[in-house]
Design a protein around this ligand. Structure first.
Ligand SMILES: Nc1ncnc2c1ncn2[C@@H]1O[C@H](COP(=O)(O)OP(=O)(O)O)[C@@H](O)[C@H]1O
Ligand SMILES: Nc1ccn([C@@H]2O[C@H](COP(=O)(O)OP(=O)(O)O)[C@@H](O)[C@H]2O)c(=O)n1
Length: 436
């Protein structure tokens, strides 16, 4: 088991490491070789500097258990290690091979204490954690299996070798079915796998089972409003409900509200599966309600995918999956809306609105506020999602002006579907299937 874990992480020369050394720059790429290699200038920063260096990763066949252990370690490292230690997210992967990523961390300990060793010793007691240390000699650096007691290791020296930048950022390789789900079955299975550790999963799955019927015939238009928090979605969707005499729905649906906090504290695999299932429940509600009236939806699959991708992809906007990637494709089995509008405001205006509202922010939203990079990635991902793509709406004018602008847009777009837009007094159904 341990040997397999070692090979997965780095004993194979075909594998490459990416260390998120500086989130605003390219990751640091290197591979391992049995021959000594002179350290590249860029790699000197990580390996050539003073301090002790370790890497660790979780190896475990059960994906939900692995995801939880990884998240637990991440939390422990961030809480317990002093400011003399740098912790970098790292991954080992085979370039451009999907699902080849093994996630881990690099720890650079510049302190004179044994804090990181003590911590690693505790972590290593778990069968599923594998730790390597890095040694320097002149201009060379090598990796070997770490042991707190200096016992003879089976591990051979693997020298650090500079590697070329990967064409696809490694964090994009494992997105499918780990961060974003493209059919209900895949998300459903994740929750099925964690019913023992998260009893709430059973209740969520039961709610999904009760809503399986998602198909809809000819109905009224379905319009989704998307955007970052505080861009004005609630304000606009309420106003549209009034003016179109529409039904207002949201994803995740109200019935999942009691479980949201629980799943928000879980690692991405489980958390994203929860939100993915929320969309299918909302889809079922849309199917029913759109037979009676136009439907406005506050957040739907664009949000689920955009937040998941932007969180999964470390660092810069350039690291996102390239435009046109299959990762931006709408799930085959999820009801499609007729129109998706993306509300955008400047970062300054958004902050002003957030402060004005004075509400508690979710951790993710607090991160958004601090993290301009993340905000840019969410917005860019929204814009790259295809079939249906979203139409961008400048939401900085007054609420009344935004409403008028959107009403105008809806009228124009919907007339492409059917000359009759069912407005307040005119509820003739249009045929959504002709739109796609
Ligand atoms: N067009 C607008 N101009 C100025 N303030 C707005 C506008 N739309 C919404 N707001 C205010 O901004 C804050 C966030 O709006 P809200 O509709 O709750 O956003 P969201 O639902 O996207 O989080 C609220 O205080 C709201 O009153
Ligand atoms: N359809 C949805 C809606 C929200 N989400 C998640 O929920 C978060 C946004 O929820 P929120 O409560 O801040 O949104 P608002 O209700 O404030 O607009 C994002 O971080 C997404 O991760 C999702 O994944 N899919």
């Amino acid at each position: 088991m341990l040997k397999r874990a070692m090979f997965r992480w780095g004993q194979l020369s075909s594998r490459v490491f990416a260390v998120e050394f500086d989130l605003r720059a390219e990751p640091l790429y290197f591979s391992l070789s049995s021959n000594p290699q002179v350290l590249h200038h860029a790699h000197q920063q990580l390996f050539g500097d003073e301090g002790k260096l370790f890497s660790l990763h979780v190896h475990c066949d059960n994906r939900t258990e692995k995801a939880r252990t990884h998240a637990e370690i991440k939390h422990k490292l961030s809480v317990a290690l002093s400011r003399d230690c740098d912790v970098f997210e790292a991954s080992s992967f085979t370039p451009d091979v999907k699902n080849s990523v093994v996630k881990g961390f690099f720890i650079r300990d510049k302190s004179t204490t044994t804090l990181s060793e003590d911590m690693l010793k505790t972590l290593q007691q778990s069968k599923s954690v594998c730790v390597f240390s890095y040694k320097r000699e002149g201009q060379y650096c090598w990796q070997e299996l770490w042991s707190p007691v200096d016992q003879v290791q089976e591990s051979v020296r693997q020298y650090i070798t500079p590697a070329a930048a990967a064409q696809h950022h490694p964090s994009t390789l494992n997105i499918r079915n780990s961060d974003v789900f493209y059919c209900m079955k895949e998300a459903y299975e994740v929750l099925q796998e964690c019913t023992d550790i998260i009893p709430e999963s059973k209740e969520v799955l039961k709610l999904v089972d009760e809503q399986l019927e998602t198909s809809r015939g000819d109905g009224f238009p379905v319009i989704v409003i998307e955007g970052l928090d505080a861009t004005g979605k609630t304000t606009l969707t309420e106003a549209l409900r009034e003016s179109l005499n529409a039904t207002l729905l949201k994803s995740p649906p109200q019935c999942l509200a009691p479980f949201r906090q629980r799943f928000d504290s879980e690692p991405p695999l489980i958390r994203r599966a929860f939100y993915a299932l929320g969309n299918y429940i909302t889809a079922a509600h849309i199917g029913k309600e759109s037979l009676r009236a136009p439907v406005i939806v506050d957040r739907y699959w664009h949000s689920t995918a955009a937040y998941a991708i932007a969180t999964a992809v470390g660092g810069r906007v350039e690291n996102l999956p390239k435009p046109g990637s299959e990762l931006y494709q709408w799930p085959e089995d999820l009801l499609k809306p007729n129109l998706v509008l993306l509300l955008t405001v400047s970062p300054e205006e958004r902050l002003r609105r957030l402060r004005g509202r004075g509400q508690d922010k979710t951790v993710e939203e607090a991160e958004l506020e601090m993290n301009q990079l993340f905000r840019l990635k969410v917005e860019e991902t929204y814009k790259r999602i295809q079939n249906p793509a979203c139409i961008i709406v400048d939401a900085s004018p007054s609420p009344q002006e935004v409403l008028q602008q959107v009403q105008h847009l809806i009228r124009n777009e919907m007339s492409l579907v059917n000359n009759q837009l069912p407005m307040r007094q005119d509820k003739k159904p249009c045929n959504p299937s002709t739109h796609h």
